[in-house]
Design a protein. Structure first.
Length: 103
């Protein structure tokens, strides 16, 4: 069924809906973060103080955190979540820890 398809397409076809959702959220977060970083000039990179841009980063990270928790609840391993999202494993584990209000 996948014979003759590029490797990247084959790999993506093997991902679950949960994994693809995580990837989409991670890309949205990194795109929002990139939009508020100024890479030009001698003292760079530097954060651009753009209220709407920073709000977009907060919203994208909030959605990514919710997706990470949902993926963990569905049994996706922290290592796999970290690989998909490109977050450090300890960050993923911290997000997956039960919060005080969740107990």
């Amino acid at each position: 069924m996948t014979e003759g398809l590029p490797e990247v397409i084959v790999a993506r076809q093997e991902w679950s809906a949960t994994e693809l959702g995580l990837l989409d959220c991670a890309l949205e977060f990194y795109g929002a973060a990139d939009a508020v970083i100024d890479y030009g000039g001698p003292d760079r990179p530097r954060l651009r103080y753009d209220a709407l841009g920073l709000q977009a980063v907060r919203e994208a990270m909030g959605l990514l955190e919710r997706r990470i928790r949902a993926a963990g609840a569905e049994g996706l391993a922290p290592e796999r979540i970290a690989r998909i999202t490109r977050l450090e494993r300890d960050v993923v584990e911290r997000i997956l820890r039960p919060r005080r209000g969740d107990r």
